[in-house]
Design a protein around this ligand. Structure first.
Ligand code: FES
Length: 186
């Protein structure tokens, strides 16, 4: 054992999704995050289930993260450096939120039996700019749906009726959907 072995590891500051975290010299990104109590490193592509380190050998792909702008690096194999910017991927709501669960929210509110964590916000109008597309061959929702949806939005473009489309408009008229959505987002 040398004198330097006995010295405490130098602290290294880095960020995860913009939040500052303290690691130590000798850490990988993964070990520093685990020590900070963070176990969700990404979300699975299909069902957005939480994923965290499993093999610690760079082979399972459960810890992939964007590091200093480089996507999909295995956090378990990336040595920590001062000032690193780490961003969790595949997590549009933030990695700690579950996008699939969020999509079930309206069903849980209407049909669920568990008490909600907070009151449902069913009667607030949506303040965000909203593109409202409707497939008139939809047999799932009522014909009045597009007008009700438009009334629920403060800043609504539409409803726009897309011919030869129904409930799954985004697949049934994918080209039209993509063009309109792209124009709306510009
Ligand atoms: S933990 Fe398996 S690739 Fe990182």
């Amino acid at each position: 054992m040398t004198a330097s072995d006995a010295l405490p590891a130098r602290p290294l500051g880095f960020t995860l999704d913009g939040e500052r975290i303290d690691g130590r010299e000798g850490d990988t990104v993964a070990s520093a995050l685990l020590r900070a109590g963070i176990t969700t490193f990404t979300r699975s592509i299909k069902f957005h289930r939480p994923r965290g380190p499993f093999c610690f050998a760079g082979s399972c792909g459960q810890c992939l993260m964007r590091v200093d702008g480089v996507p999909s690096l295995p956090a378990c194999r990336v040595p920590l450096r001062e000032g690193m910017r780490c961003v969790r991927q595949n997590a549009p709501l933030g990695a700690d939120a579950d996008v699939l669960r969020a999509s079930f929210g309206s069903y849980e509110t209407a049909l669920g039996t568990r008490p909600p964590a907070e009151p449902p916000r069913l009667f607030e109008r949506n303040p965000l700019p909203t593109l409202l597309l409707y497939g008139p061959e939809d047999h799932v929702v009522l014909p009045s749906f597009p007008w009700k949806a438009a009334a629920a939005c403060i800043d609504c473009t539409g409803p726009l009726f897309v011919p030869r489309a129904g409930h799954f408009l985004q697949w049934e008229a994918a080209e039209t959907f993509n063009k309109i959505t792209t124009a709306f987002c510009r």
